[in-house]
Design a protein around this ligand. Structure first.
Ligand code: DX5
Ligand code: ZN
Length: 225
């Protein structure tokens, strides 16, 4: 998988102009849209639920990458799939029966992803790796946009990247938190092939220019891979 996918996170967008912000991201060259669902329990913040995912679905054909930062995700998988999510990502830390949850997401016809927090070891993914379509490495503690990238995530990305290579499967390796033109080349070099970026895309003068700037930042690293 040599292509690098860029997934702008709507969390940093202007929700009073959601359709326009999505259109700009799409025109600007976004590959996926990342939707951060927060419940005020698993993370200390509340964002939005299936209604907003459904609204985003009406505005774009881009894959919707739904990141569930919620407790009891099993109870809501169907609602998020019905709302139009193409990928459903659950947290390893929130799932007692992770294998069952992954199977359920796949049964619903979505791509199944598993996210791990900065304090969770890559080895916790060993036994589910063959069953997932995507692994998400959190490079900040989940809950808020605009936080500083945690450098220890680079080592974890390298580790998971080799686990994926060893598995021989095509699994997306996504990174989320603090991605900007400085950290983007570093995570690409460490093996990430899906980059989530909120602040670096939406809290700028121009969404299109910000996406172009991000892509430019890791271009040389891609050649060296
Ligand atoms: C954090 C979310 C991220 C967030 C990233 O809990 O999972 O997707 O939107 O925001 P930035 O890119 O600003 O760190
Ligand atoms: Zn996210």
């Amino acid at each position: 998988m040599s292509k690098i996918f860029l997934a702008p996170s709507l969390l940093a967008s202007d929700f009073s102009r959601l359709a326009d912000q999505i259109a700009q991201a799409e025109e600007g060259g976004a590959d996926w849209l990342h939707l951060d669902v927060m419940d005020g329990h698993f993370v200390p913040n509340i964002s939005f639920g299936p209604l907003v995912v459904r609204a985003a679905r009406k505005c774009t054909k881009l894959p919707l990458d739904t990141h569930l930062m919620i407790e009891n995700p099993d109870e809501y998988l169907e609602a998020f799939r019905d709302a139009g999510s193409d990928h459903i990502i659950v947290h390893q830390e929130a799932c007692t029966h992770l294998h069952r949850t992954i199977s359920r997401i796949k049964e619903l016809g979505a791509k199944a992803g598993v996210a791990i927090n900065p304090a969770t070891s890559a080895s916790t993914l060993n036994d589910v790796l063959p069953d997932v379509d995507l692994i998400l490495i959190m490079s900040v503690n989940p809950g808020f946009g605009g936080q500083k990238f945690i450098r220890g995530s680079l080592k974890k990305l390298r580790e998971v990247s080799s686990m994926i290579k060893e598995s021989g499967k095509e699994i997306f390796l996504e990174v989320d938190g603090g991605i900007d033109p400085v950290t983007a080349p570093q995570v690409v070099e460490a093996g990430a092939n899906v980059l989530v970026a909120g602040t670096a895309v939406f809290s700028t003068q121009g969404i299109k220019q910000a996406i172009t700037k991000l892509r430019q930042s890791y271009k040389t690293k891609q050649k060296n891979l």
